[in-house]
Design a protein around this ligand. Sequence first.
Ligand code: AMP
Length: 290
Amino acid sequence: MNVLHDLGEARRWLDEERRRGHRLGFVPTMGSLHDGHRSLLRRAAATSDVSVASIFVNPLQFGPDEDLDSYPRSLETDLAMARDERIDGVIVPSTEAMYPEPMKTLVRVEQLSTGLESLSRPTHFDGVTTVVAKLFNLVGPCSAFFGEKDYQQLAQIRRMVSDLSFPVEVIGCPTVREPDGLALSSRNAYLDGPQRAAATVLSRALTAGIEMIAGGESSPAAVEQVMAATVRHEPLAELDYAAVRDPATLDELDTIADRVRLLIAARIDTTRLIDNADGRHSLGEYSDET
Ligand code: AMP
């Protein structure tokens, strides 16, 4: 497996692979890889001629009071997982290589950037779309694999690719969960025992919403209230938002008719967790909404 710290070297390698007619599969990550990332790596390796991942903790997407410095880092075990999954190369750029100068150019997806995550993380998605745009320019034409776990992020990236004509096929992959429903996340490492138990409140709230919709509830507000109440019953959790939205535009819905996405964010002590689900399927069931 190629481990590339140098961006020029990475570009030359990938250009050469494409020149040979190889189709590229790309998985961008911030490292601290878990089985959610593993599912993306596996899919990229299985469906591409040449698979490449990136590991870069992107300062641009962290707010001033967020966990950039403490964000978990585990390069050696990450590379071992990539090797395990038969990834052909991992790009591990330094911050200086990615941002030799303070950025004057940002990529912002309007509208989709407002509400939900953007309320408490106003600059987050500009950081994400900007770094993903840079990585797409580095990697070139490819299929790129993203998790539904970060649903708003996936929607933003799809829109950016379409608006800016990136030669990239974006592939959304289902959320991988612990047996008790908790979505895998690098930030789960921050949770102690009682907090870890409390963290299942996100998936429990989603399930409560899904069951209401299955029972015929068509009012988004009623479903949001039940999701919020589930979180309020958990003493260690503090709700950020519980939302019922259109899966494609993430707009609010007047009524729950057909396709619907449930999204939730809550803080367990200082750890902020997010989750989401197709409102028409129980958790873990396959959905093709994205
Ligand atoms: P991150 O390292 O957090 O930036 O995540 C890298 C990619 O892994 C993103 O596309 C995430 O959506 C995806 N991902 C993170 N957690 C999960 C999960 N539990 N299941 C599936 N994909 C995930």
